[in-house]
Write a protein that binds this ligand. Sequence first.
Ligand code: IPD
Ligand code: CA
Ligand code: CA
Ligand code: CA
Length: 264
Amino acid sequence: MLQSALLNVMVKAARRAGRSLNRDLGEIENLQVSLKGPANFVSLADKRAEEMLYTDLSKARPGYGFIGEEGGQREGADKTHTWIVDPLDGTTNFLHGIPQFAISIALQREGTVIAGVIYNPANDELYTAERGKGAFLNDQRLRVAGRRKLNECVVACGLPHIGRGDHEQSRQELTEIQNRVAGLRRFGAASLDMAFVAAGRLDGYWERNLQPWDMAAGQIMVREAGGVVSGIAGNDDALITRNVICGNEFVHGELVKILKPLGT
Ligand code: IPD
Ligand code: CA
Ligand code: CA
Ligand code: CA
């Protein structure tokens, strides 16, 4: 795979922040964990990684806007380009030493995501995608899974935790989906859930109440791997509704049929 200059910038930044996360993973007890809300943790690891990403990305592309989970929105002179960054997606996993977390970087141009990088530094899996150029895991081109029978599919979801989301709605969703699929998973890092769909490891994924930085890179990853991404209504924009369903065309359609009646 020949990497463009843009992806090169994103990958280098992700790898440097990834080394920082790996160092911090070895000293979780020193990370000054605090709560932004119920079960909504933030630590020095999140903050250090975000600062590194901001420094590297804004040095390489001066003037681009920057939206990061921990630093909020930073305006740039260039109003057409915006980085959308989650410096540590899966903080709860990270703080428990569970190696399912990632750095997620997307670049939006005039409202459209044109490139995405998702990097899990714990196992060195690097997912990259550029609009019209395909999605890759390391050097391997990705393609969503081809299954067309829901009862053979493995599907992942996100679950609302204490203090967030509609738990009753979530229970209804689980009941409906559990009855129809071969396996249901909850891994705890939205960006990697979407990367797994792109890689064909998962047949589908849905979650409500996400933020743009959880899924902007995942969205281009799945689309460039031939999959479909939307909100719960099926034809809406996940980045706007903040709910997501993705999979191959068939699985996406089936998940929409089941989940849409429970609320969009
Ligand atoms: C969280 C993870 C998790 C999802 C949550 C997100 P964070 O992101 O992606 O899988 O269920 O909704 O907030 O806070 O660890 O970056
Ligand atoms: Ca968070
Ligand atoms: Ca996140
Ligand atoms: Ca985060």
